[in-house]
Design a protein around this ligand. Structure first.
Ligand SMILES: [Zn+2]
Length: 476
């Protein structure tokens, strides 16, 4: 507790903060600070990180707990108020939809303005722009566009003469403040290599990053599989100068993930700006009607019907139930990633952590990704250090975006001047509770979460009726 004498002395020096998080163990990956400190918050920003307790209108004792930068999730499809609540209980203070993105962009930001629990942002989506061009429909935002299974817009091809129109739509999204260009190439198999190259050129011209779900996952001796698919976009990045971020490297590479990581590391050594991410699970998840399950999926992914789980009923699929769901639709979970590959990716210093969360009621990754990395992979199995785990979910995602979005310099850090996005967790208790059978469960051990200086989780409980989330948006 702060004594009255201390308070008076500090006030005389003119330093009274809104809130002080007192006596926690601060982890700041950029400076390497890994020690007990007090964190003073003023006006939504971190005002001071000190060894002497400063005065504040409210002092919260967080001794025995870890104080980390709020987690930044680069791959968050769930962008509604329910998803934001689950992310917050997993320590996430910024959730970005970068892989599939959206089209149009301005409307997406307007819909969240003043109504979001946590910070949010989006890329302009190649899928959404392609759908606008081929289906003349802009009504489905974000990953919901993939729910349009009419196939004309995913499997149809564009003539060379039509490519400039697609460029114009994507460029319009960037002019509206999108954070980059999002690609789900495996979902739009009609998109030629020429089409993808065209859009890399648009991204390069605007100086933004391409966030890519590769054309193919797994191994395929004829088409090249995931290795060939990564080589495609590495060539596009090289030829255009665009920066590249490869999403969920483990579900793309599966047992070939080490080859993908070698390609990425080698490209970086030779000067290319390329990064990647993974989620800490052995199962992937997507719509069963998508092109991922087009003919040949068993060979590409090395799995059968029994490896697919349908979360609403908890059943493993058979040939009959697979064919029925292919007609009626639904999001499935499928086990394609060896645990040794998950471990290898999380231990690799190049790989960031990102959830790929779609819904809290589907794959457990939406609700549990970050606590799972901290609890199961860092603490329990020692696959990586706690500081490295925190770095992969804070500083590294901030750095991925800060060249195009300078505001990201103020995130991913516990430093004076940074945004007061903070996650306070119990290193002994932190653990995911979301399971494949019961995915909609808040993580354990996430004690306090602040977004721009406002509590959204306090003493492990949700704070109601607060909307401190702000747009992360590029200034064109
Ligand atoms: Zn994906």
């Amino acid at each position: 507790m702060v004594s009255a004498g201390n308070r008076g002395a500090a006030r005389l020096r003119g330093q009274e903060y809104d809130i002080v998080l007192a006596g926690g163990h601060v982890l700041d990956p950029e400076t390497g600070l890994d020690a007990t400190r007090h964190v003073g918050i003023q006006g939504g920003r971190i005002a001071a990180v000190t060894t002497e307790l400063p005065a504040a209108r409210e002092t919260l004792d967080v001794s025995g707990l870890m104080v980390a930068p709020g987690f930044i999730d680069l791959h968050a499809h769930g962008q509604d108020s329910e998803s934001y609540r689950y992310y917050a209980h997993d320590g996430v203070t910024t959730a970005l939809e970068l892989e599939i993105g959206t089209f149009p962009v301005a409307r997406w930001y307007a819909e969240r303005d003043g109504r979001a629990l946590i910070n949010y942002g989006v890329t302009v989506g190649h899928p959404g722009a392609r759908r606008a061009l081929l289906r003349h429909d802009q009504s489905l935002a974000g990953a919901a566009a993939l729910g349009d299974t009419s196939r004309t817009w995913t499997h149809g091809t564009l003539r060379d003469a039509e490519l400039p129109s697609l460029d114009t739509l994507v460029d319009q999204g960037l002019a509206e403040g999108a954070l980059g260009v999002g690609f789900g190439i495996a979902y739009t198999p009609g998109a030629s290599r020429q089409e993808i190259l065209h859009l890399f050129r648009v991204a390069a011209r605007r100086g933004v990053v391409c966030f890519v779900h590769l054309r193919e996952g797994g191994r395929d001796p004829e088409s090249g599989g995931s290795v060939g698919a990564l080589q495609e976009v590495l060539a596009d990045a090289t030829a255009t100068g665009a920066a590249l971020h490869v999403v969920h490297v483990t579900s793309m590479g599966q047992s070939d993930t080490p080859f993908l990581l070698q390609l990425i590391a080698g490209a970086r050594e030779h000067g290319l700006d390329v990064t990647t991410e993974a989620y800490p699970y052995t199962a992937a998840s997507t719509g069963i009607q998508s092109a991922v399950f087009d003919r040949g999926w068993q060979d590409r992914m090395g799995i059968g019907y029994r490896d697919i789980l349908y979360p609403p009923t908890g059943e493993r699929l058979t040939r009959t139930s697979f064919q029925r769901l292919r007609r009626t639709g639904g999001v499935v979970v499928f086990f394609i990633i060896p645990d040794s590959i998950v471990r290898l990716a999380l231990a690799d210093p190049l790989v960031m952590v990102a959830s790929d969360g779609i819904s809290a009621h589907g794959h457990p990754r939406l609700a549990g990704t970050h606590a799972r990395v901290l609890g199961r992979y860092a603490r329990d199995s020692g696959a990586l250090s706690l500081m490295d785990a925190v770095r992969k979910m804070t500083l590294m995602p901030a750095q991925r975006l800060e060249q195009t979005v300078p505001a990201m310099h103020a995130k991913g850090r516990v430093q004076a001047g940074a945004d007061a996005d903070l996650t306070v967790f119990d290193r002994v208790k932190v653990l995911d509770r979301a399971t494949y059978e019961r995915p909609a469960q808040f993580s354990d051990g996430i004690v306090h979460v602040l977004v721009n200086g406002t509590f959204v989780v306090r003493n492990g409980a949700s704070v109601a009726q607060v909307y401190p989330g702000r747009a992360v948006r590029r200034t064109p």
